[in-house]
Design a protein around this ligand. Structure first.
Ligand code: TNX
Length: 550
């Protein structure tokens, strides 16, 4: 699909990823990531100064969210000139200004950015498109200006850019359960996403090793469930925990208050990023069970898990209390997150406990279920109905397919793309996030000796770039493909420095996949990406410098 998309749009204007095939000074090169759908180079430059006015024109001024676009422009300009641009409104664009307007014929996220020698024009379908245009503008700044302050003026190359994403959902998942990241660090992750024109932040808030969201109805979730007594040091041996395992003997915890959650959701909204919360159900539940033992099949008192890997101890779908609990949790979650999608996990849920549980067996008989796995289907469908009654839709990891899933659920395909393909064939909507292209917790290099400990696997930059999420889907099935997502599981990512290192520059490649402009010109991509690292450096982001050569 992406190949077709880029062919249509790249037909307009110049094709080169570099400087439109012309000889221009390096600082005026048009090198943008993700590569815009169409780039047409003009003559001359626009001189941007601290006195350049910003004009909201042609209806843009009546959209309150356009203010966030002006804020974004300030974030770019203020560090350069030491002051904000003055924003005005008017009917028509004026020379010398950055004019921002709406074009009703364009989709919300699409934009046309024109830099001419006498003005800059941004025409967008909606404020999200105008926001993307500002991100593009930022990358048109001469590299020498990145990180400079006290400048009098910068020259931007004349160019016409037409851009729109191929895929509506361009996500990043951050696991804050295995390791916790502060509100500030989450905000910086959102900044990174905005820079790469990614628009969905999937927040993995609960897991065996920690419950990270305040739920007022169930205070033990954070009092007990947010702290583990200690953490395994080094690589998890996968179930074999004996005397050779070493622990740090230090309690580890953290959670977000509801106020903090609202703050993050608002920060994301201003960057046109939707936040999708994930509450794991029915597996990856040990932190919840440690908080409320009556949620498990045996009612035993557990501790929050101190190792990684998969745990047999899961929610008991035989008990009614389990559903009361999850609905109570989701009630508050729905109140905090305006997203129409809510992720309920569903991955890696062993049925071992259920097989021995009289309540689960009774539930199976009552519901006419023949396989324990179908209990997961039963539980998922019940939760989905609850979400639907509240006007929300369910996303689950592809295991939800195994227990039987309703046609309205959205499937996130991680064990390869097969689950996603199967789901699309049966009419479920799909987000592709397969380990083979999207697992940013994997190593970026073949030789791992100089690398920080990682999950394993090998996912170099070029592999991410080569991802075609529509492969294997017929043109009819492609309508069910919502988009793509990078997943950052954090068992082996203890701090935010390493988070950035694992994300960058691979996020650039996935952004290009999501915008549908990843082509066979990998060298061109690397060239553009290298320029973007100038901006990373200016922002103080950590990234894998050697990712380009491996
Ligand atoms: C599988 S992907 C998991 C996570 C782990 C990850 C490590 C998925 C839905 N579940 O619980 O952290 O592998 O790569």
């Amino acid at each position: 699909m992406k190949r077709i998309f880029s062919r249509i749009l790249l037909g307009v204007g110049c094709l080169s990823a570099y400087a439109c095939g012309r000889t221009v000074p390096a600082e005026h090169e048009v090198a943008v990531v993700p590569q815009p759908a169409a780039v047409e180079c003009g003559d001359g430059t626009f001189r941007l100064t601290g006195d350049t006015p910003v004009r909201m024109v042609g209806g843009a001024e009546s959209d309150a969210r356009m203010e966030w676009v002006a804020d974004a422009l300030d974030e770019v300009v203020e560090p350069l000139f030491g002051r904000k641009l003055s924003v005005g409104t008017g009917d028509a664009s004026i020379p010398g200004a950055v004019n921002i307007g709406r074009a009703d014929t364009l989709p919300q996220e699409a934009y046309r950015l024109t830099v001419a020698d006498d003005r800059i024009e941004i025409l967008a379908g909606g404020p999200e498109g105008a926001f993307h245009a500002v991100q593009t503008l930022r990358q048109l700044l001469p590299a020498a200006a990145f990180g400079e302050d006290g400048l009098r003026a910068v020259e931007l190359p004349a160019v016409g850019i037409d851009d729109r994403p191929a895929l509506a959902y361009r996500g990043l998942m951050l696991d804050v359960a295995r390791h916790f990241f502060t509100v500030d660090e989450v905000k910086r992750t959102l900044d990174l996403m905005a820079m790469h024109k990614m628009n969905v932040f999937h927040w993995h808030l609960t897991d065996d090793q920690g419950w990270r969201i305040e739920i007022r109805k169930y205070p033990e979730l954070t009092r007990v469930g947010s702290v583990r007594k200690r953490t395994l040091i080094g690589k998890d041996p996968g179930g074999e925990y004996d005397e050779s395992c070493r622990y740090d003997e230090t309690p580890y915890g953290g959670f977000y208050t509801q106020e903090e959650i609202r703050e993050v959701v608002d920060y994301a909204a201003r960057r046109f990023i939707t936040v999708i919360p994930e509450i794991e159900f029915p597996g990856h539940a040990v932190a919840a069970l440690a908080s409320y033992p009556w949620l498990s099949c045996t009612g035993e008192q557990y501790e929050v898990r101190q190792t990684w890997d998969i745990d047999d101890r899961v929610f008991c779908p035989g008990r009614e209390e389990t559903f009361e609990f999850i609905e109570g949790v989701l009630d508050e979650v729905i109140g905090l997150f305006p997203s129409k999608y809510i992720h309920i996990g569903g991955d890696e849920c062993p049925t071992k406990m259920w097989e021995q549980c009289p309540r689960c067996r009774a539930r199976m008989r009552a519901e006419g279920l023949t396989r324990p796995r179908q209990l997961q289907g039963y539980a998922t469908v019940r939760v989905e109905r609850f979400l639907q009654r509240h006007g929300r839709e369910l996303i689950g990891w592809d295991e939800v397919l195994d227990g039987g899933v309703s046609p309205t659920a959205i499937v996130m395909s991680w064990r390869g793309t097969e689950g996603g393909i199967r789901a699309a064939r049966q009419g479920n909507r799909v987000i592709m996030a397969p380990t083979t292209y999207c697992y940013f917790d994997y190593y970026q290099t073949k030789d791992t000796s100089g690398e920080p400990l990682a999950w394993g696997g090998y996912l170099p930059l070029g592999q991410v770039y080569s991802f075609d999420p529509a492969a294997g889907l017929s043109p009819d099935e492609r309508q069910f493909l919502l988009g793509v997502q990078a997943n950052l599981w954090t068992e082996y990512i203890p701090d935010f420095d390493q988070t950035q290192y694992m994300l960058l520059p691979r996020l650039g490649a996935l952004a290009e996949v999501g915008w549908g402009t990843a082509t066979d010109d990998y060298d061109g991509f690397v060239h553009r990406m290298r320029r973007l690292t100038g901006l990373y450096d200016a922002c103080g982001y950590r990234y894998a410098r050697h990712a380009f050569v491996d």
